[in-house]
Design a protein around this ligand. Structure first.
Ligand SMILES: [Zn+2]
Length: 478
């Protein structure tokens, strides 16, 4: 037997959550061709994985990489973590379909307005086909993007006519290959949308497969009502519900993850749902007064007008504005910040839940980004699993591979199994750890050694190869 590539002598953690086992993995073309004792087989190239783990490539369930995969196709912050597929278009914000000269916050976290240049979802996926990235991209269509496209006044609910036009865009996106719809009523462009508006806009999900992924309207005192709104929308359109970056924010809500997870467990009997989370007690998004007031510490991630202040503590910036949060926001905006707003015990409790996937929520265009952009996956493997023993390594891997592929309907990926696409990562379980910190957020992790996407190495011995074998994935194949 001959293979293009054999990964020899590794321990396989296959993404199902089952215990690891020793085996070689043979790859031909873009697929896993054989798993077992391949000591008698030859290969064009070999990776010696003795003492290492061989796992499915990691799937980042929550990203804002829509434009980044086009502007930075090496996608280095993700490749160095072992990520082989990113799910873009989260929080109601997708790059397509929208052509615009200017976009309101937070759409700008995807990049400058000129990046919004795709009138259809199909055109965006075609652009990815023409200029592939190092990783695969599965994209959602965002409700806020559709509002910006079809409404002249974002401060009100959409009319019946506007809802119909947005639903037509959702239909086009799903037929083109979108993996579902996302929403973000937490944010100004969609805050005026009613529950019924979302049900109407998401109606094509009744006819096509796809998730409804939502950044809840409120993650503080009204979190339960916000979750119930999300349950209602998911049920009304029959979609798998993804509760994005699940958290309970603000000191007075710390500890309430016990309540929200119990609600999730109870609701699981009624409808399909899941959640994602990142391994940090701080979040990051556009600069806004409510989040500043809820946080124990705030750091400025970027500011177009005052770029020199990026990375600084807001407490050190505030005196420049005589202590006025509003005056600071006025001068700094558009801007983004990092907010220490959760309790680490809630983060860990949420992570232990069997339906919690790993999602970085990294913001790739920020000047001083939250360290989740470079550190999320190795931190779950090295810190949460190995150091804190929150769950076995097999569970950690499942939360970033098989579980995510199953929940989003990503066919042929997420498991180490014969016939699957050869999206693979080889890592050192004893060494793997994040190095990115809030003060030095752009440090690559340790212990991720080889990353293979569609049979092609994108990271070899810890170094990016520059190859760009990623695909624009399509939920409904063309
Ligand atoms: Zn969000």
């Amino acid at each position: 037997m001959h293979f293009q590539l054999i990964i020899r002598n590794g321990e396989i953690i296959d993404g199902t959550g089952c215990a690891r086992f020793a085996a070689d993995v043979g790859v031909n073309g873009e697929r896993i061709a054989a798993i077992g004792d391949l000591s008698a087989a030859s290969a064009d190239s070999t990776i010696d994985a003795a003492g290492k783990i061989v796992a499915p490539g990691f799937i980042d369930s929550h990203t804002h990489d829509d434009a980044f995969v086009l502007t930075h196709p090496d996608v280095t912050p993700k490749v160095v973590q072992g990520v082989t597929t990113v799910i873009a278009g989260n929080c109601g914000i997708s790059l397509a379909p929208l052509s615009a000269d200017a976009v309101p916050q937070p759409l700008d976290l995807l990049g400058p307005p000129e990046r919004f240049a795709y009138d259809t979802f199909a055109a965006y996926l075609d652009a990815l086909d023409r200029a592939p990235a190092a990783v695969n991209v599965a994209a959602l269509v965002g409700h806020s993007t559709l509002r910006v496209r079809h409404m002249n006044d974002l401060a009100r609910e959409a009319t019946a006519h506007e809802r119909a036009r947005m639903a037509a865009d959702v239909e086009e996106a799903l037929q083109a290959g979108a993996f579902g719809v996302s929403s973000g009523t937490f944010y100004p462009p969609a805050a005026a949308a009613s529950t019924q508006e979302l049900i109407d806009v998401c109606a094509p999900l009744k006819r096509h497969p796809g998730v409804f992924a939502t950044h809840l309207r409120d993650e503080t005192k009204d979190i339960v009502a916000s979750m119930e709104e999300a349950f209602a929308i998911g049920r009304a359109v029959g979609a798998n519900l993804v509760l994005s970056h699940h958290k309970v924010a603000g000191k007075e809500n710390h500890g309430r993850s016990a309540e929200t997870l119990a609600l999730i467990d109870a609701q699981s009997a009624q409808q399909p749902l899941c959640l994602d989370c990142h391994p940090y007690p701080a979040t990051s998004t556009m600069l806004r007064a409510d989040r500043i007031r809820q946080s124990s510490r705030v750091m400025l991630a970027w500011s177009t007008k005052r770029p020199e202040l990026a990375g600084k503590d807001f407490a050190d910036i505030l005196p420049l504005y005589d202590g006025s949060i509003e005056a600071a926001i006025d001068d700094l905006k558009p801007a983004g910040a990092i907010y220490f707003v959760m309790d680490e015990n809630d983060v860990r409790r949420i992570f232990r839940h069997e339906k919690t996937m790993v999602g970085s929520d990294g913001l790739p265009n920020d000047t001083a980004p939250h360290p989740r952009l470079w550190g999320t996956f190795p931190r779950v493997l090295g810190h949460y699993s190995r150091e804190l023993k929150l769950f076995p390594l097999e569970t950690a891997v499942r939360k970033m591979t098989g579980l995510t592929a199953e929940q989003f309907g990503i066919d042929g990926r997420g498991h180490v199994v014969e016939g699957h696409y050869a999206d693979l990562v080889v890592f050192d379980a004893d060494e793997v750890i994040d190095r990115a910190t809030f003060d030095q957020p752009k440090l690559a992790p340790l212990g991720i050694e080889h990353v293979i996407v569609n049979g092609v190495p994108v990271l070899a011995r810890g170094e990016p190869t520059g190859a760009r074998p990623g695909r624009a994935l399509r939920r409904i194949p063309r």
